[in-house]
Design a protein around this ligand. Structure first.
Ligand code: IPE
Ligand code: IPE
Ligand code: MG
Length: 236
């Protein structure tokens, strides 16, 4: 195919020392069911893991951490499970935001706000305002998120169809490393644009069992990889 566009390497400028890590936190439901418990039990356990992973991300020098908490397709789940998740997210933000602010974390929430319960959207606004000056780690939580919907919205907000402009309209940066827990190997409409050059890592471990130690091991796997972005990898 003939193309008049030149590649735009400027969009692929990863900072290896401050990577953008994305996590699809999957496997909560199966984790609970395997223990004879209702699925929300797995979501509760999973919320505790988020704390440990965020602390470790700071210690590991991660620049941005994007967490998939609730997809726009998760509305299809039974109403009690959805209500439990909305409640859990609200409580998480209310309880964690002050400590995260003290740790220098900036919180942003991706996704639609108009379908969320009022209590949750208020907690999101409060957490974002309270942590707006954080510079240690950018914690991005995806709630009612669909990458394709986000792309359509960004496209509408951008007069030019330029890669950098669209990236900017998405308010995002390249994902360097994507982790999915829970054993499945798919993206489920998470950060499709941003993952163009992401290194992928899949683990069988369900999210409630994912530890800071395994996270560090995942990051070590990432750091050991050679990335060439279409060029020729440098031989050390
Ligand atoms: C991920 O765990 C959490 C959300 C999607 C909210 P799941 O609830 O999808 O757990 P599994 O995949 O059914 O085990
Ligand atoms: C992706 O997991 C969404 C979150 C982890 C929040 P799902 O469990 O919803 O994805 P599928 O249905 O297995 O693709
Ligand atoms: Mg799942």
């Amino acid at each position: 195919m003939q193309t008049t566009r030149s590649p735009q390497p400027a969009t692929v400028t990863p900072d290896a020392t401050k990577p953008h890590v994305a996590i699809i936190m999957d496997g909560n439901g199966r984790w609970a069911e395997a223990r004879g418990m209702p699925r929300p039990f797995g979501h509760e356990a999973g919320a505790g893991v988020v704390r440990a992973i965020v602390s470790r991300a700071i210690a590991e020098g991660v620049g941005a951490l994007s967490l998939y908490a609730f997809s726009s397709y998760n509305w299809r789940r039974p109403e009690p499970e959805v209500a439990g998740l909305m409640n859990l997210l609200r409580r998480f933000l209310l309880v964690e935001a002050p400590q995260l602010r003290d740790a220098g974390v900036r919180i942003s929430v991706l996704g639609r706000r108009d379908r969320l319960p009022l209590g949750l959207s208020k907690a999101i606004g409060a957490a974002e305002r309270a942590t707006a000056n954080g510079t240690t780690l950018h914690l991005r939580i995806a709630i009612d998120y669909s990458a394709r919907e986000a792309l359509l919205a960004a496209r509408e907000a951008t007069p030019t169809a330029d890669i950098d402009a669209l990236t900017q309209a998405l308010g995002t940066t390249e994902v360097d490393f994507l982790i999915r827990t829970g054993g499945d190997r798919r993206l489920s409409d998470f950060l499709l644009w941003e993952c163009a050059w992401a290194e992928l890592h899949f683990t069988q471990t369900g999210w409630p069992d994912y530890t800071a130690e395994e996270f560090s091991a995942s990051l070590a796997d990432f750091r050991a990889r050679t990335r060439s972005f279409g060029g020729v990898a440098e031989v050390a």
